[in-house]
Design a protein around this ligand. Sequence first.
Ligand code: MRU
Length: 372
Amino acid sequence: MLSEEKTGLPKGNSGLDFDTVDISSDGRYLVIIDQTLLPGKVEFLHLDKLEDMREAIYLLKVRGAPAIGVAAAIGLYIEASHIYENYGEDKTAFFSELKKAKLYLEAARPTAVNLKWALDRMYACAESMKESSVQDIAQGLKEEALRIKAEDIHVCSKLGEYGLTLLKKGQGILTHCNAGHLATVRYGTATAPIYLGHRQGYGFKVFADETRPLLQGARLTAFELSEAGIDVTLICDNMVSSVMQKGWVQTVITGCDRVAANGDAANKIGTSGVAVIAKHYGIPFYIAAPTSTIDFETETGEDIIIEERPWEEVKNMWYERPMAPEKASVYNPAFDVTDNSLISGIITEYGIAYPPFGESLKEIKKKMEIKL
Ligand code: MRU
């Protein structure tokens, strides 16, 4: 297992001195910071019921593709220990209940592939131990969940190193949604190069899109970057063209929830619009993606399932009074797909993939297989 020391970065690198997702010291609870309360309140939740863990993912108490993967992995381990408490060494019952729990968690959010990736990995770990006792399998699942967590920290620190090679001192960087410390265990994906550069005196000026309708940019990105002492300016989503036209932005970096084999990338709704505008102004647009976010089984962006969320998020949430007529219908997709032709590069923990992505992502896959 990767030790946390190997990441080479202190826990507080981002300005936040906690892990977004963790397991309690007695191993009985999934511990998350409740992101729906930020920035007003820093409150940690201790969850041990499967229903509560799934609800936390659905309601975005824990959110961001890597963070929900780690949360689901820890959650499945906790459920595995409950199954052992209820059914003892009955292996048939164990695997049947474990499968049900896996599918239940997996269905919480369909677009971020890290959720399925982490749960598949946990289930495969259990299957690889099927000759062992149920008690040992449950222990093995705890170790696998902790490995997934430690790897996330290491991978984000690598994204920081590779991403920083694309940036210059004093640059204006625009990001959308929150692909930060709060969306991972630590450091973030899109924010990892920003944090690393900040520590090295790069003096970046970051523009954070507020990210309607759930305001991840305003509530989370602006919060964590300002906590780290980074110069961050919050803008409404419809101000992107304006700040680019003024010459204030030299690079765009966003996270993503699923990259198809051809490089099309699904990320928070609004990302594809940012990419189109960046192209117009000749500004490079990068996606930061741990390889756990690359879905080689999905050929193109058209095959990615886009999560749709309740209308209340658009009409009522955050407002003291409803802000739209009752009769107006609402379309609320949580993600959109950025066409690969708009993406300048995909930053992974194995290096940066450049167009044509069909080829360069295959090279990344080869590096992943060598590592295995
Ligand atoms: O709906 P959310 O808040 O989970 O959406 C998150 C995003 O779109 C992030 O940009 C993405 O998960 C990358 S996280 C490193």
